[in-house]
Design a protein around this ligand. Sequence first.
Ligand code: GDG
Length: 466
Amino acid sequence: MKSRLVCVSNRVTLPRKVSAPGGLTVGILGALKRTGGLWFGWGGELTDGDPGPAEILTRDGIAFATVPVQQQLFDLYYNGFANESLWPLFHYMPSRFRFRPQEWAAYEQVNRQFAQALLPLLKEDDCIWVHDYHLIPLARYLREMGVRVPIGFFLHIPFPYIETLRVLPTYAELMRDLVAYDLVGFQTDSDLNCFLSAVVAVFGERVVEDHCITVGNHSARCGVFPIGVDVDAIQKTVAASQRSEPVRRMVESLLGRKLVIGVDRLDYSKGLVERFAAYEQFLETFPHNCGRITYLQIAPLSRKDVTSYAEIRRKLEQAAGRTNGRFAETDWTPIRYLNRNFPHDVLMGFLRAAQVALVTPLRDGMNLVAKEYLAAQDEDDPGVLVLSNLAGAARELTAALQINPYDPQALGHALQTALTMSLGERRERHRQLMQNLREHSINAWASEFVAALRSPISAPEVRAAS
Ligand code: GDG
């Protein structure tokens, strides 16, 4: 019998609970639905006292084990170190980076508490898969507590080149913690190469051989495992949701106009401010589109307590208001801007209805929305993906219209090209893109990572960086 898969992430999304959407949740659920297992992490509660043991709820073969986080640590650990130090730096935005020693200390402390609460739930033949930047030190604490089962780590966001990483005063400690895993996985070759640049800077060249890093008497492997989507599941969802009331109402409200869509967590890394500015410029440059297209931007709020997120929200409200004020007619609004969550099936129905998707992050580990959009299209009459060349997804999705998200003119021209592209070209591009999607599915991502984690050292499954 195969060992049990234990996924660990900062946040656990409990079944049937409405919570902030995100790529990590989509990925972990995708992995656990196949194999069953345990998902451990923060359940969303804060406590004044000791976090205590995990609460467990089992549904459809998955045990959801949640712990609270101490009130006095949460802000420092989550809003502070994770989202004001690591997130901006790993997305190559050092100007948004800040470092506070007490936040780093809280980050370590929460990781230690997670390890303590996870420890009693572990079985001898488990295989632990830790997700994302909130939990980099977890393996070290588990090892110190005597855990000997394989522990892997997957980074959902980009890994920066050493010269950017060096901005972080505790970068060497983070590197020490990363090589304490048995397997470290990245979204793209470029992230893996950047990681290796940091390994060499911290431990010297001699520790790396064939994507195996040996420090002291421990060896960690590293590899590329691009996350993907479940194409068949999305197509099934779309088929049903097209007839649903919210999707029909939205489509009817377009009155035959073409739909341009964007779906992003409200986050500065997603390039929304730049996208809104580019759209305004696009309407100036190509005025015949006024009254003929509608841009629907869905941007659910995330990390509301982080200052820079409140600031970008203000900027977007102003930009949407300005564009609508300048260009709207009594019977037409150029931008529909919503800070709401939608159920997954409705969202897929909206994606299907759009002739163009704008996925223009300033930096992104992968970007699942780009892949979901493609999977949701009608292959006989597909829409066009305008994709940032700074998203991890751009490495695979070479048949998308790729642009630099900082260049408003390039974005505007790509949008115009997308809106006027011939059916033949749309079909051909979509055909190629679907091949990429099927090659790097969510199942391949999870099964390749877990197989590599379970297999002994020098596993052939670990793909090399080019
Ligand atoms: C991180 C990395 C990497 C969005 N709005 C709603 C909603 N969503 C869903 C999307 C998609 C997911 O959330 C977002 O995933 P992304 O990949 O686009 O972005 P992040 O949240 O930043 O994810 C990213 C990912 O992890 C996976 O490794 O690709 O680079 O940053 O699935 O559809 N879902 C629902 N309602 C919404 O309003 N139900």
